[in-house]
Design a protein around this ligand. Structure first.
Ligand code: ADP
Ligand code: MG
Length: 226
């Protein structure tokens, strides 16, 4: 009964996100198309051509970043809801991000205890990929990323702690708001996807952050029935 309830909400979120991604990708594609058409203008000066080409490349990079925030793990079975072990899935995501962390002199500390929840594996992975990537990006000069999972009563608690730039109260408030980004080439979509996924899996998110000290995210999910 419980997994059925989760499934209905999940499907809604998946179709909502699928609708947003086609919308998000269409904008940069329209810009690319426009500038490629302009490039066909006869006798354009070389510096104008170069500028148009750069704009088209920037927009293609933006489209790629948007796809990475939504669909890194997308498969045709994207709406499947099952029992997943958070420690195993987090381990996989951490492994994917290890090279990025290494390049930025970030130490990763894992304290992953087994815990089962009900949800969609691809969205779970996408959610934590987005959150962990933000933590890494918050530490451009290195630091420590601590990720933990543990059982607590009927819940599974996951924490992600970084020693990065932190957020102001206003930034904490806007966490998860579409297009809110403090980064040069940010999408402001990674946290939106993460927050929606956590909600769909009946989870709760708590943020603690201090500027120049770091951020701790605490995500609590109902434990799967044994
Ligand atoms: P993007 O990463 O493309 O900027 P996100 O939606 O992933 O978009 O994140 C939105 C904003 O939330 C970021 O630009 C940043 O300001 C803030 N943020 C998210 N996670 C952290 C973190 N761990 N530390 C500091 N700021 C963060
Ligand atoms: Mg991000």
């Amino acid at each position: 009964m419980r997994s059925k309830l989760v499934k209905i909400e999940k499907m809604e979120v998946v179709s909502q996100l699928a609708a947003s991604i086609s919308h998000e990708i269409r904008n940069p594609l329209t810009v690319v198309k426009g500038f490629i058409q302009l490039l066909k203008t006869p006798s354009l000066p070389q510096n104008t051509k170069d500028r148009y080409i750069q704009i088209a490349l920037d927009e293609i990079n933006r489209a790629e970043a948007i796809i990475n925030d939504y669909l890194t793990f997308a498969k045709p079975t994207s709406d499947k809801v099952e029992c997943l072990m958070v420690n195993e899935e987090l381990q996989k995501v951490v492994q994917m991000l290890a090279p990025m962390a290494h390049m930025n002199s970030i130490e990763i500390v894992k304290k992953l205890e087994p815990g089962a929840i009900v949800g969609n594996i691809q969205y779970f992975q996408q959610c934590f990929l987005n959150l962990l990537k933000n933590s890494i990006e918050a530490m451009p000069n290195g630091g420590t990323l601590t990720i933990s999972s543990r059982l607590h009563g009927n819940h599974v608690i996951i924490t992600i702690k970084d020693t990065g730039v932190g957020m102001t109260a206003e930034q904490v408030n806007r966490f998860g708001e579409p297009y809110f980004s403090t980064k040069d080439k940010g999408t402001g979509l990674g946290t939106m996807v993460a927050v929606k996924t956590i909600q769909a899996m009946q989870g709760k998110l708590h943020i603690e952050s201090e500027v120049n000290k770091g951020t701790t995210l605490t995500i609590t999910f109902p434990k799967a029935a044994d």
